[in-house]
Design a protein around this ligand. Structure first.
Ligand code: GRF
Length: 201
């Protein structure tokens, strides 16, 4: 089972996926890592583990569709079964969905549908919620609103700032993302309308 990972940043979720594939607790391998940022820590992490890790410059393409088409063509050429977004800061667009129908997943640092978008740990604190967490979900055309696969909950403490809350959430991200991917590898789940449910074995 081959994964393609898209990442823009430091890549700790990517690292967690790498670690789980190397230890065998995730029965998949990362075929390629793609980034829209040349300086992404994720590329460095991938290379360190001998994984093909490529910067694809958005500026080298006339428009977003052409850029997305290039990413898709690389992913298809590596026969990727599942596309994992891990801190990828761009909106995934066609031709992704026609190429990978229900085959793109993301991790988001809030309990969706609360707090979609950016800077969500600060938004959770400002709102005053007592619990937040993270969500692994399928990616569709609407940002942060695809079918939810798995969530983990953490408390929000009175003393939290965005950074301390983000760290508490991140710890859970590193646990649930590989687990959700393993469910997909094992065909343990299916999508029923917009609900992700256990597949009959
Ligand atoms: C994570 O908080 C993830 O939920 C969000 O972007 C952040 C990426 O962190 N989508 P990292 O690059 O995986 O360390």
């Amino acid at each position: 089972f081959k994964l393609g990972v898209l990442a823009s940043g430091r890549g700790t979720n990517l690292q967690s996926i790498i670690d789980h594939t190397e230890s065998g607790s995730l029965a998949a391998r990362i075929a390629v890592i793609l980034s829209d940022r040349e300086d992404a820590g994720a590329l460095e992490r991938g290379r360190r583990h001998g994984i093909e890790s490529r910067f694809v410059d958005p500026k080298a393409f006339p428009d977003k569709r052409a850029y997305n088409a290039e990413l898709v063509s690389i992913l298809q050429s590596r026969a990727v079964d599942l596309v994992c977004l891990a801190g990828y800061m761009r909106i995934v667009r066609e031709p992704f969905f026609e190429a990978f129908p229900n085959r793109i997943v993301n991790i988001h640092p809030s309990l969706l549908p609360a707090f979609p978008g950016l800077d969500v740990q600060q938004k959770a604190i400002d709102y005053g919620v007592k619990f937040s967490g993270c969500t692994v979900h399928y990616v569709n055309e609407d940002v942060d609103s695809g079918p939810i696969i798995l969530q983990a909950v953490v408390p929000v403490e009175d003393t939290d700032d965005a950074e301390t809350l983000a760290a508490r959430i991140l710890e859970q991200e590193h646990i649930i993302y590989p687990r959700a991917i393993q469910w997909i590898v094992d065909k343990k789940i299916r999508i029923d309308h917009r609900r992700v449910v256990r597949a009959e074995s």
